[in-house]
Design a protein around this ligand. Structure first.
Ligand SMILES: Nc1nc2c(c(=O)[nH]1)N[C@H]1C(S)=C(S)[C@@H](COP(=O)(O)OP(=O)(O)OC[C@H]3O[C@@H](n4cnc5c(=O)[nH]c(N)nc54)[C@H](O)[C@@H]3O)O[C@H]1N2
Ligand SMILES: Nc1nc2c(c(=O)[nH]1)N[C@H]1C(S)=C(S)[C@@H](COP(=O)(O)OP(=O)(O)OC[C@H]3O[C@@H](n4cnc5c(=O)[nH]c(N)nc54)[C@H](O)[C@@H]3O)O[C@H]1N2
Ligand code: SF4
Ligand SMILES: [Mo]
Length: 729
């Protein structure tokens, strides 16, 4: 017998009348989801969907990807180049030619007066790879300043530095497929469900097929921690102590993979000696994890037939960032967990093309992981570009976090910002504001005219966004994927590639070096430069057509490779990119240099992200269904701490640190411990007015997640008014 209404009609989803689907890759996080954009009869974008045939996301997208097509016509997009003579004077519209001429002349004037390196360029992890390669040509080959870096110093610098120190080269050795093979996964300071939702979905799918222990190390009870078998709420900044203590247990109980250590590593005796100081009995008092749990976790990890570690900003953004990465690598090397299915050290990358900039932008060196310090590398690139090798500096210049202090001291007088918004994203923005005001000349190249940094610029270049352009991204697992050009540039904005090419024409070497108009031709150059058996970063077998056919290809993918699959893992033969071919085991000594909670500033200030927003909200702040979830700056606070201070849920408070203050809404939650508050960093004039950002000695990455604050009452009506004023969308 049938129950329910007879003749029940099925739900009909109104047809969006898509005439054509166009292939792209998501432009937000580094997961690298393949997206199809649906166009109707009038060539208007009506919808997007995840590509079902793409191995990365298999049809899925997170909220940001699903709504990404709404950003093409979002408010605040730059329509025309703008120019002004002095700070705070009104911008005037100008032609591209004039904006470029003025900028080129300013760069030359500043360099003539104060030296080549007095003009700095800071870029991003959010351009297309061909644009990165072209920007590198322009800056290294034509402008010739050595003070050229990217916002990746705020993001991946510690991972790069740690990989280089351990393995002799950058490049994450694992892949998402490792989830299917691992027997234990340890996640350090990485909150996949919110920050890499589709990588999380891949992990969850693997866990549903075959259960294995998930261990999460994070001082907060993140969404990933909620799903974990074991959550280790580590004391901020002390992951190195926890790992050293785990290695103490592993080595003292003979659980290490001695055969792997002997064959493929160097430095074991030093590590063994160092970790003797990290007996769990002692270490527990520093890292906040009890001795029994440390032993338990160490044994689970070492005994697993294959174990892997992933990490993101909880490790990288620390004064021990590079050491933290090296120490995770140590843990995996001594347990033989590198280069095998399910056994790896996989840094989860941040921005959509944070990998592309590492590979090809020449920020910290020369294209294709080449070094300025290496004579042969300089010669090879100079010859390929057709310029004199002595045009290149012989060592890398300042990193982003050292460029701003150099503006303060007058060493740097001019700056070009490409796709980054340091007025919101750098630590201690009060100091950044002063630096911006001090510049003789600032040019901002951004998709949005209303980006905070633009308040301080002399020239603004309106850039085209995402599928208004064509080119590649490389994701967390070294997969190169393509964004095809779906629609023309908005108004009179121009693709970044075009802007760099036009600028090159205004410099002498720009007439010598080839600057192709088409992204695919730049890609061909990169292919040539990547060729060679000894190179891990080899893309010589790829083409745009092959990339689309495979829905993304992992490097290395060498010329002549049969089929459409690149190599899933690096170092499978245990051979590393060091002189000896062996991986370096690097003893990591802990020292405690973070600003600690004290009587005056009794709370740890932690910061990070939420799923619906991306970075400084220039994009997601304007997409209604993303912004509505959290339009107001807020902080997570523990209810017990709030009771003590008489603070109510959803009331405003003022936070003060030694640097500045911020007004935020309180959200009471047990996600954070009693002595910590957590603020999503997406809001302007908020957490980074407070943050200290002590720098890692190797990577120069700021410790965004460790400093201290106090909480004060604030007039509720005033605070609410301030926040309504701020909420412009
Ligand atoms: N929705 C969304 N997704 C994004 C982004 C975004 O803006 N929005 N940005 C992308 C980018 S560029 C990046 S870099 C990634 C960042 O991705 P994640 O690193 O996963 O994100 P965060 O929230 O910055 O930080 C992760 C966690 O580090 C923890 N943490 C703080 N201090 C410590 C510590 O001392 N030790 C440990 N073990 N953990 C600590 C924090 O509590 C936080 O939960 O996300 C990418 N994906
Ligand atoms: N307190 C705290 N601060 C942090 C962090 C934290 O966890 N806590 N995380 C840090 C990390 S990991 C990162 S990656 C940084 C991010 O910091 P930023 O790079 O400053 O942040 P975004 O908002 O991504 O800025 C990118 C800009 O590029 C523009 N844009 C987008 N696409 C294009 C394009 O194709 N061309 C051009 N020309 N412009 C484009 C966007 O509109 C936006 O203005 O923030 C860091 N700051
Ligand atoms: S998980 Fe990352 S790449 Fe995938 S749709 Fe979301 S933001 Fe885009
Ligand atoms: Mo990042």
């Amino acid at each position: 017998m049938l129950f329910g209404r007879k003749n029940r009609k099925s739900i009909v989803i109104p047809s969006k009348k898509v005439k054509e689907w166009k292939y792209t890759t998501c432009n937000y996080c580094s997961t690298g989801c393949a997206i199809e954009i649906g166009l109707n009869e009038e060539n208007r974008i009506v919808t997007t969907r995840g590509h079902a045939g793409a191995d990365v996301n298999r049809g899925k997208l997170c909220i940001k990807g699903l709504l990404e097509h709404e950003l093409f016509e979002s408010p605040g997009r730059g329509t025309e180049p703008l120019i002004r003579n002095k700070h705070y004077e009104k911008f005037e519209k100008t032609s591209w030619d004039n904006a470029l001429d003025v900028t080129a002349q300013k760069i030359k004037d500043i360099q003539a007066k104060y030296g080549k390196d007095s003009f700095a360029v800071v870029s991003t992890g959010q351009l297309l790879t061909e644009e990165f390669y072209t920007l590198g040509k322009l800056v290294r080959g034509c402008i010739g300043t050595n003070n050229y870096d990217g916002n990746t110093t705020l993001c991946m610098a510690s991972a790069v530095s740690g990989y280089k120190r351990s393995f002799g080269s950058d490049g994450p050795p694992g892949c998402y497929e490792d989830f299917e093979h691992t027997h234990c996964l340890m996640a350090f300071g990485s909150n996949l469900p919110e920050q890499h939702p589709i990588i999380y979905w891949r992990l969850k799918e693997a866990l549903e097929k075959r259960k294995f222990p998930l261990i999460v190390v994070d001082p907060r009870v993140t969404m990933l921690a909620q799903f974990a078998d074991i959550h280790l709420p580590v004391t901020p900044g002390t992951d190195c102590v926890l790992i050293n203590s785990m290695m103490h247990v592993i080595i003292n109980e003979g659980l290490q993979d001695q055969a792997y250590i002997d064959a493929h590593t160097q430095g074991f005796e030093e590590i063994k000696a160092l970790v003797q100081d990290y007996d769990p009995k002692v270490a527990q008092h520093t890292c906040g994890i009890d001795e029994d749990t440390i032993r338990n976790v160490a044994r689970i990890y070492a005994k697993a037939p294959a174990a892997m570690s992933i990490w993101t900003m909880g490790i990288n953004q620390s004064t021990h960032g590079s050491d933290g990465v090296a120490n995770i690598n140590n843990l995996n090397l001594i347990t033989g967990n590198i280069g095998k299915p399910g056994g790896t050290s996989l840094s989860i990358t941040g921005q959509c093309n944070a990998m592309g900039t590492r590979e090809w932008s020449s920020c910290s060196g020369l294209p294709g992981y080449r070094y300025l310090e290496n004579d042969a590398d300089r010669e090879e690139i100079a010859n390929y570009w057709g310029i004199d090798k002595d045009f290149f500096p012989t060592k890398r210049g300042l990193s982003q976090t050292d460029i701003f202090p150099a503006i303060e001291t007058g060493e740097i007088r001019g700056l070009w910002l490409v796709a980054t918004n340091p007025m919101t994203s750098m630590p201690n923005t009060g100091r950044i504001r002063k630096a911006m005001e001090k510049l003789d000349f600032l040019v901002v190249q951004d998709v949005y005219e209303d980006v905070e940094t633009n308040q301080y610029s002399h020239v603004y270049f309106p850039a085209s966004v995402w599928a208004e352009k064509e080119g590649c991204h490389t994701n967390t697992e070294r997969r190169v994927n393509l964004t095809s050009n779906v629609l023309p540039p908005f108004a009179n904005s121009k693709p970044d590639l075009w802007i760099f090419n036009q600028m090159a024409k205004r410099f002498d070497n720009g007439k010598v070096i080839n600057f192709p108009d088409k992204a695919e031709e730049a890609f061909e150059e990169m292919k040539q430069l990547s060729k060679g058996k000894a190179r891990t970063l080899d893309i010589s077998g790829m083409s745009y057509a092959k990339i689309i056919a495979a829905r993304g290809i992992q490097w290395p993918y060498r010329e002549g490779t049969e089929g459409l699959k690149g190599e899933s893992r690096l170092y499978t033969d245990g051979h590393f990119q060091t002189k000896s071919g062996k991986a370096n085991l690097i003893p990591v000594k802990f020292y405690n240099n973070n600003e600690q909670p004290c009587n005056d500033y009794p709370f740890w200030l932690n910061s990070g992200r939420v799923v619906e927003h991306f970075h400084t909200r220039t994009r997601t702040g304007k997409i209604g269904n993303c912004n509505k979830f959290s339009p107001t700056p807020y902080m997570e606070m523990n209810p017990d701490a709030a009771i003590e201070l008489g603070i109510g849920h959803q009331t405003y408070v003022r936070l003060a640190s030694r640097r500045g203050d911020a007004v935020v809404l309180v959200q009471l939650t047990h996600r954070v411990p009693r002595n910590m508050v957590f603020i999503p960093f997406h809001f302007h004039d908020c957490v980074n007015r407070l943050s200290l950002g002590l720098l890692d000695p190797y990577s120069r990455q700021p410790a965004f997640k460790q400093c201290s604050v106090r909480i004060e009452p604030v007039d509720q009506t005033e605070a609410a008014r301030l926040n309504v004023e701020r909420r412009t969308y």
